[in-house]
Design a protein around this ligand. Sequence first.
Ligand code: ADP
Ligand code: MG
Length: 357
Amino acid sequence: MIFDPVPKESRKDFFDREEEIEKIKSLSSPITLVLGLRRTGKSSVIRIALSELDLPYVYVDLRKFEEKGYISYRDLVLELQREINRLIRKFPNIIDFFERIEGVKIMGNEVKLKWGGNGRVKISSLLESINDWTENKAIITIDEAQELLNLRGANLLPAFAYSFDNLNKIKIILSGSKMGLLYRYLSEDDPKSPLYGRAMNEIELQPFDAEKSKEFLQSGFKQLNINFNEFNIIYEKLGGIPGWLTYFGYYYYEERDLNKALSKTISTAIELIREEFDNFLKTRAIATGRYLTVMKTVTNCATWSEIKRALEAREGIEVSDSEIYNYLNQLTDSSWIVKEEGRGYCPSDPLISKVFS
Ligand code: ADP
Ligand code: MG
């Protein structure tokens, strides 16, 4: 069902995005990036591509570490351990390939990966074992990979670069909602970065425009045999992010009342966006008030000087240009705001405005 508010695994529950799914499936570079705002369907297109490719894969979702603010090596290794044991259940012969590497203990039909102390497991060795084992290709997916910026005590970039250059059967898929952060993490353009100059297969999921939003709702309601025609007001109120349109369809199916379904969707959105913004602020506690002022000021878009004026008015003190530059950069890199030609800084999703107005 198109309006089921969970990530989809199959095209029968999914609307459009054929080109994007095909591009992921092409695995045309050792590393594929799937970019797009939250709730544009990244996890769904990846899961659909994985299920259609039918290749062995590992799937790690780092979203849950956002709230914690950091990821320890232990967290990451335990996620991989779970996925590797899932692979072993499916392909028992793979276990022999893990046996030889440092930091792997075989316990019956399972592996335990050593995350601390002497001789901890190396991610590059795990990738190498999978590469040696697999006949065709194997896929390593890290969903919300920008969270790796907060990985403590390890750096995955050298392992990615090693895999890119040497492990020709390993294909890595990285997704990111905070696109600026993901680019910053990969720093492909920085000669000092291990991934410098590596060309990646890049897919960006844009929100739907008015026409696509209408078609999305039409196909969802058609599946449910519901007659619905108020497309314009939905796009006007919710914008074109598929995740919000999915909630709307789901609530309308429950309520059969346009206003009730709209207001439920908006309350759900406000609640989720608040939580996500609180996570953003966790590591920036000292500047909380300033970030909130910026977000309030840009609800209907604002220029640099309007933002500066608002910040200074709140505190009655000069706020330097470099500080303002820093706040706007952080908000942009985490995809809270976008700079729009002629309008200045605007919320990246129209529903973000509702939280701060
Ligand atoms: P992301 O990983 O980008 O945050 P998800 O894949 O979790 O996005 O999608 C968010 C929500 O929107 C999910 O409920 C998903 O099923 C739904 N969704 C997104 N795009 C589509 C689409 N094209 N067709 C059907 N449902 C979609
Ligand atoms: Mg996702």
